[in-house]
Structures are given as C-alpha cells and as structure tokens.
Write a protein that binds this ligand. Structure first.
Ligand SMILES: Nc1ncnc2c1ncn2[C@@H]1O[C@H](COP(=O)(O)OP(=O)(O)OP(=O)(O)O)[C@@H](O)[C@H]1O
Length: 458
C-alpha cells in the first residue's frame, strides 16, 4: 500500500518544480489514516484557491498560450484539486469586457491570465473597473479613492513581454507561476490611475513612459508582423532619432518613503518598507492637484520645466531578462509610490551610456542629466498643445494634420509632440495626471526570493 505526496521543489534561477515522494505503508488502514491527516492539514491553508477563472490569449507571444496552459498548468491544477473555468479569448478586450460586465466573480477565489503584459493589463482593468462599479466609485474623478480588488490574479507567462510576471515571481516560467497560484501566495501591488482633464484613461502597474519609451512602443506597434524582434528594431530606430520633448512636470514627493537611490531592494510587496506603508496607507488624506499655480497652498508640489529625452514613472523595478535590475531597481511594489525618472536633453553618447547602465550593475541615475524622485502623484503638461487625437484616431504622423502639427512644433520649439506608453499601450493624450493607489490589487506571487537576491548581488 502506498500514497504520494506532491511538493514544491526549488531549483536554479527561481524556478519551481513539482516534486513527489511515495510512501509505503504496511496496511491499507494506515495508508488511509496518513492520507486523511495530510488532507486535514492541507485544508487549514485557507489561502489556497479552490476555484479559478482562467483567460487564455491564444495569440499572445508565440501563440502558445493554449498549449502552455493545457500541457503545463491544467495537470498541476487538477492534481491540487483546483477547479478552473477556462475562457479562450476571441478578440482583444474580450477578457476585460467579460470581467467588467458578465463574470460571476463570487464563484471564484482568483483570476488567471495566460498571456503577456497586454493580456494582464486587460485582466487588471476588468477587475478594477468591476470593483469600482460594484462599489459606486466614480473612476473619472482623479481624486477618487479606489476600492481594492478582492480576487487575486495569477499570471501564466505566454506573451512576448512578461515583465510583470518576471518582476513579481522572479522568472517567466509557466510551471513556477502555476505553483505560486496553487500554494496561494499573495502579493499586494500598487496601481496608478491615469487621467486627462478629469476623464479616466488607463491603469498602470509597471511603466508609464514619455518620450523615448513612448516612441519605441509607438514604432514597434507598426512592426507587429516582426514578432518580439520589433522592440529591438524600434529601439534602435528611436535611439538614432534622438528626439527630445519640452514640458512641465509637477509632482507630489512621497515623504518618508526612502529614495529611488537608497538601494533598498523590494523583493516582494511584503518587504519591511511596503508592510509599513500598508499600515499608514489606510485613509491617507490626499492632497488634491491644483494645477501649476502653487500660490493656493499646494506648496508641497514640485514643478520642473525642461526638455526631456524621457520621462518614466516606474511603479515596480520593471526588471526583465535584458535588464535584470530594471528601470528603477529600488522601486517598491506596494508602498503607494512611483519612481519618477527624468532624463533631460543630452548628447547621443550620454543617453547611450545611460541606457547601457540598465543592463549592468552601475547606477543608472548617476548622471548629471538624470534625476529621480519618489512620488505619490504627478502631472505632465507638454509645451506643445496636447495633440490628443494624433495617436488615437488612427492618424499616422505622415497624415496631413499630424505632419502639419509636428512641423509647426518643430519649427517653434525644436521638438514635436511625444506620447506616453502606459504598460505597453499608447495613451491618446500627452497632458496627464497620475495618482498612485497603494495595494489596489494582489497577485498569486511572493516576489523574488532572498536566495536569488544574493545571486543577483554577486
Ligand atoms: N483573441 C484575441 N485576439 C486578438 N487579440 C487579443 C486576443 N486576446 C487578447 N488579445 C490582445 O492581445 C494583446 C497582446 O496580448 P499579450 O500581452 O498576451 O501578448 P504579447 O505577445 O506579449 O503582446 P504585447 O507584446 O503586445 O504585450 C493584448 O493587448 C490583448 O488585449
């Protein structure tokens, strides 16, 4: 008589595998007794999900989402006695719309996203919008306090960019992610809301980038047929173009939250720093943005006017295999802040040196043309009139309207209008207001484990 116990086995590079041990007993009675006791102990782990809602993007990355789920994830869920309702999406925004309006969320303990960062963003929007609607929160008001989502989200990486999975699990591996879901890990995460003129645009959990990264993404979208290689090509092209943009950035600095250069790595949303933040986060009195005029008492706002090659807001380190430390190595996952990185106009060579530091261990902020601030809220106003429609209406820069505006801007200011990328999507406006909502969602993850920190540090 025998029974098997399945367990999580850690291997190199933060990968988790499913191991098993077979126990032999002298009698069936003893065997059943052991099984009963073990199951009883397992039932005490109330954090473990029993029922999941799974969305698969069949077209993400190399179009292997369904295969990855059926071959690697579903067998593990079955073994862990977790039931799963699976929806293979039929169009973009299918998952978001289903979550927002149709899904019976009371039936589930969590939502699983099989895809890349774009697919995760859909799930994120669906869950947040649904939660706010259910609680009667007005999303269009930039100063609304958002209600945290009760369901956790698991990410099974199957996209061409799996940055959020990499930053929160430490690797992009379907089996590892599935095991994090099964053991019921929970990691809180901040979410930024982005508004234009008091109308809601999008939510962001990783990178809001204006200038360089906005241009890279905008260009890569035109080259989708190239697959993941489009990002490299667009990156080189954007770098060679070396554009800068003029505007005013106003921000509310985060007090007592450390600095982006303090080298205190946040390996999980429950790091000491984030835990402390979660206590003081309760109903924190928001200081409402009052525009650029600081004479009315909004003296805590800092205002910077300048010419920028890039403005980035990193709400997490944004680590990925190419940049293991990420855009802001010390950004915290769940402290209610975002790291605002301003890269001022500089020479081609200087910008190259800055970019290069994303791939090695040197301090990428240690340049005279780079400054970085930890903030709770910020506002950007481009010098050039907000050409809201240029990106959104499908007008290409070569179109008559866009070309005229771009030429005019270039003639008068030496720059054209830039665009924001928000977690991989292009925003339709350049004048935006961003607020950080502390610990608005939770993932089935536990951050990058300590042992790995030593590896990275070595
Ligand atoms: N069935 C579908 N058909 C077409 N598009 C879809 C479908 N399901 C989801 N999408 C969209 O595909 C986009 C990309 O998905 P995903 O992030 O999974 O893959 P990706 O290869 O990493 O893409 P990207 O690099 O653009 O993030 C998402 O924005 C999502 O809205």
């Amino acid at each position: 008589f025998f029974f098997a116990v399945f367990y999580v086995r850690r291997t190199r590079r933060r990968l988790w595998h499913c191991g098993d041990v077979t126990f032999h007993c002298t009698s069936q009675g003893l065997c059943e007794q052991w099984i009963h006791v073990i199951n009883e102990q397992l039932s005490l782990f109330t954090n473990r999900p029993k029922s999941l809602l799974v969305y698969i993007n069949p077209y993400g990355g190399r179009r292997r989402g369904e295969h990855v789920y059926q071959q690697k994830v579903a067998p593990l869920l079955r073994r862990a006695c977790i039931s799963a309702d699976v929806i293979v999406t039929k169009r973009a925004n299918h998952a978001r719309d289903h979550l927002t309006a149709e899904a019976d969320l009371d039936k589930y303990d969590g939502v699983v996203c099989v895809g890349g960062d774009g697919m995760f963003s859909e799930i994120l929007h669906g869950l947040i919008i649904r939660t706010q609607t259910d609680h009667g929160v007005d999303r269009d008001r930039a100063d609304s306090e958002l209600v945290p989502c009760s369901l956790r989200v698991g990410i099974i990486p199957a996209g061409s960019t799996d940055c959020i999975c990499f930053t929160t699990v430490g690797t992009s591996d379907a089996v590892t992610s599935a095991l994090h879901i099964i053991v019921g890990n929970s990691q809180p995460m901040d979410v930024c809301s982005v508004h234009h003129d008091n109308s809601f645009l999008r939510y962001s959990v990783s990178l809001l980038g204006y200038g360089f990264y906005g241009d890279v993404l905008g260009d890569s979208e035109k080259k989708r047929w190239l697959g993941p290689a489009r990002y490299d090509l667009a990156g080189v092209k954007t770098f060679l173009n070396h554009k800068h943009y003029e505007g005013t950035i106003s921000f509310l600095p985060a007090e007592n939250k450390g600095t982006p250069r303090d080298k205190l790595r946040c390996r999980s949303g429950s790091c000491r720093h984030c835990l402390h933040s979660s206590q003081e986060m309760k109903p924190h009195k928001k200081k409402k943005f009052r525009g650029l005029d600081t004479s009315d008492g909004s003296h805590n706002w800092s205002v910077i006017h300048g010419k920028f090659i890039a403005i980035n807001a990193a709400s997490m380190s944004c680590a990925c295999p190419r940049s293991p430390k990420g855009l802001s190595p010390s950004a915290h996952l769940a402290d209610g802040t975002t790291d605002l990185i301003l890269v001022r106009k500089c020479s081609h060579l200087d910008f190259f040196r800055h970019l290069l530091r994303h791939t090695n261990k040197n301090d990428q902020f240690d340049h005279s043309f780079v400054e970085v601030h930890r903030v709770r809220e910020f506002h950007f106003q481009p010098r050039v009139r907000d050409l809201a429609s240029a990106g959104d209406s499908g007008e290409d820069e070569t179109s008559c309207f866009a070309a005229t505006c771009t030429r005019r801007a270039t003639r008068h200011h030496g720059t054209s209008h830039g665009r924001w990328t928000c977690d991989g999507e292009i925003l339709p406006h350049t004048a935006i207001h961003v607020s950080v909502h502390g610990q608005l969602i939770r993932l089935f993850a536990r951050g990058i484990e300590e042992e790995e920190e030593q590896q990275l540090g070595s």
